[in-house]
Write a protein of this length. Sequence first.
Length: 649
Amino acid sequence: MSNIESILTENRVFTPSDAIKQSFAISEQKLAEMRAKAAADHVAFWSDLAREKLSWSKPFTIGLDDSKAPHYQWFTDGELNVSYNCIDRHLKNKSDKTAIIFEGDRGDVEKYTYKELHDQVCRFANTLTAQGIKQGDRVVIYMPMIPQAVIAMQACARIGAIHSVVFGGFSAEALRDRIEDAGAKMVITTNGSRRGGKTIPLKTAVDAALDKGCDTVKKVIVYRRTDDVVPMHSGRDLDWLEAEAGMSNYHDPVAVNAEHPLFLLYTSGSTGKPKGVQHSSGGYLLNAHLTNEWMFDLNDQDVFWCTADVGWITGHSYVAYGPLSVGATMVMFEGVPTYPNAGRFWQVCQDHGVTVFYTAPTAIRALMKFGAELPKQYDLEKLRLLGTVGEPINPEAWMWYYQVIGQSRCPIIDTWWQTETGAHMIAPFPVTALKPGSCTQPLPGIDAVILDEEGNELHGNEGGLLAIKKPWPSMIRTIWGDPERYQKTYFPLAGKPYYVVGDSAHRDADGYFWILGRVDDVLNVSGHRLGTMEIESALVAHAKVAEAAVVGKPHDVKGEAVAAFVVLNVDIPDGEARDALVQELRNWVSQQIGPIAKPDDIRFGTNLPKTRSGKIMRRLLRSLAKGEVITQDTSTLEDPSILEQFQQK
């Protein structure tokens, strides 16, 4: 089978002006020096940064321990505390600096200085220890996007407990699976959450999960976010404020080994059983810290807003840990981008003086539908950097983001990374020349390569499997309780050290990487292996298309045919007008890419089937394309009725 083909041509390049470049902490010369140092001595590069950027209670002497490869370990004889690194070490000079600006769904605002955050984290750490939680115990956190979620995470880190945050949109069944796999002793939750003007019950889901198992759970702590009254189980359930009443606002942070697990974060697996991705303390924090400095250039004047939920890895590295580690001010937002209107994101940016804004392409595409005039109603002059995360951004959305939101002056930090990598892997520095849709080049110390199907490196302008050749500090340590699955999943090439990421990509003549999509999203059309992202990008470039998702469907002649699910920025036409638009879009894709990429099947809906975090559920689209009855769990869908729209051709 041939290598994956890149079929989308994008030649535009956007280079920051010299004046803008001079405003960033890392210059092109400094970046070149960093790359050279990393290339000369990979382990020394990371070790020197770990000593410089982190506070150690016991300094390390071992950089990389690869004796049990591919279970790599870093800084193995060192000790530190992650919460101390995120909070305590800033108290001398930044005690009164705002650490968190929180805006609730209804517009209510709370602010926490580093001193206030320290006191809250210490009180809750004392609460956890009073309830019998100790170093190494697992604690599941099932909360909305409120400061108490970060406080709970930091409190676990402070005492050496291992937290596992479960996204508040997951069902009771999904929550139960994660509690049982982790063997959690405690669940921390809220009575409910506010989202898009609605109240969403969370405690009831916890009760449903615990009623059918989860025997390891001894205590449930409930923070009252809403006015809803929920049942409290005597002897098991505790009110957050009542439990921490009288607790001291100081807790001595527990020094743990650098390899001590900081958290487990569950991600979907091909077998249906969630994978508990295990991250370390020292190595994870190093890359989270560095990428907030490197990619976002965060300084004391910045207000940083990452819109991700703490239930995902982005909310760990770019909300709960990384920004605090560098001593930044960050925004937390409880609501959704379209409530009470589609200007909510831009209003939050305006009201809180956001300077660095980091969000997902799916949110950008959704907001594009409302046009360019809406963002112009808000003062976005303080923005200086924009970022994207979660999936490749198509060039059309990139241009809208750059021109409309960034007013053609803010570099876009398009980041490729994964739950398993812990932090950014391929992304531009603010001084980097940008190409719409490309995540540009690997970070210093990250050795990214393209492989063919036999595991051989491709060095030309070719597409194939994206892989990382050398270990890095924040990489996944193992799958919780299943080291064999870890090795089979991430290091499948016998005798070769490559971490195979599951994404396809190609590298252009300038050494820039273009992510083509997940390997299982690669289509084999008449012997051509095509990445779905490029076909989606071509569709979205059409004036009438706001968003698109492409999957494969079986075809007797081609092997696979292209099926496209399209959201329009105009009304969905009927009858002959619908047929005409389908043909227009097929011809458009043919013109943009070539006849091989023309969709055989185009369907229209008012939105794509997404989880509450904005992730498109492509497995459901594959079933729809095949004409199958949907039997999979759809409990995490934001709007299950969308599936009915796409069942109609």
